[in-house]
Design a protein around this ligand. Sequence first.
Ligand SMILES: *Cc1c(COP(=O)(O)O)cnc(C)c1O
Length: 424
Amino acid sequence: METLKERALRAMPGGVNSPVRAFRAVGGEPIFARRASGAELETEDGRRLIDYCMSFGPLILGHAHPDVVGAITDAAARGTSYAVTTRAEIELAEMIREAVPSMERVRLVSSGTEACMTAVRLVRGYTGKSKVLKFSGCYHGHADCMLVKAGSGVAGIASASSAGVPEGCAADTLVARYNHIEDVEALLAEHGNDLAGIIVEPVAANAGLMLPEEGFLHSLRRLADQHQALLVFDEVINGFRFTYGGYQSICGIQPDLTCLGKIIGGGMPVGAVGGRADIMESLAPLGNVYQGGTLSGNPVSVASGLATLKRLREDQPYPVLEQRTARLVAGIKTAASEAGIPIQIPAIGSIFAMMFTEHVIHDFDDVMATQQDLYVNVFHNCLQQGVYLAPSPVEVSFVSTAHTDEHIDKTIEVIGQAITRLKT
Ligand SMILES: *Cc1c(COP(=O)(O)O)cnc(C)c1O
């Protein structure tokens, strides 16, 4: 009989609707999900896995949380899309404003990519300038001007990282190394007059995990102001992950615009861009920066997001999430040190990344210099033992409120054994 994989490959490019699901970064057979509940994912071949991928971030409450499923079911029964404004959309925008006060006005979209694409258009439309600065290893969705890598030299004008992105488009993006403010200063010395904005993941969680060093984000705020440019925090992963609100409330920096996604949709497609009222009001219909969407503010997605945020606001699970994650990380570190395997596990709140190196991670070059083959080996050993880690050495793993102490104990044991086995 034809396998699911064979059917998938015939029907969809690479058998997937998003590349990382093909497991190219780890090799081997991709998994096929049939259901999930809490911290556990069940595959089509009947394996039950403790899930640390968690849909790459939206599921901070775990899979199929009853509040979220209930809200989705109720909303769907009242109609799945109206394309006129609803009370629930207003409520979600209000909850976001309250939790992230720099977002004076909020526009809901359907993905993180759309949020970032709109933020980039807004910074250009508002300032009338063309160049946008981003950092190596930060991901801002798959809009043309963000699908770029550093050109020749460490910092400079970008070149396209995907076919189909015109070089002319990439040339309006500048790329600097994360945590290297001197790169930003050098780029601004040359292109400062043309700088429309700087976009950054305050905690960079799409390149392993890179934590911002003392002063880095503050310097970005200062340099953006000095050049009459806007500062955009891409908090699509960060938002509501470390606290009920943005990382901006932790670091004490007010960006001009913020992008959200993932958690604010609770597993349904949602994104949001928001920020200073005068900037946001350059969006159509008030201003001349166009953005729109048939399914923007979709009632089913909004219901899912509202249920998720309400649960988080009420339960404030962040200290517990952080403790569980810290215990897991400590357990892995102990196993690695007993096995004599050098490892770095940057962690914050409920995310962590296992990187096999003895060097502390500062930037994307450090991430790329880690022993990714060791991660791949550990990943497969864990998968065999029922623990599903992020299927790529450059993605983070996510802990949810559904991960119990028993899940954590089992995971420490499984990862510990996998690391010990690296010696042989
Ligand atoms: C996931 C992500 C995006 C893109 O969001 P999609 O919903 O996948 O389009 C953008 N920025 C960051 C920081 C992300 O983690």
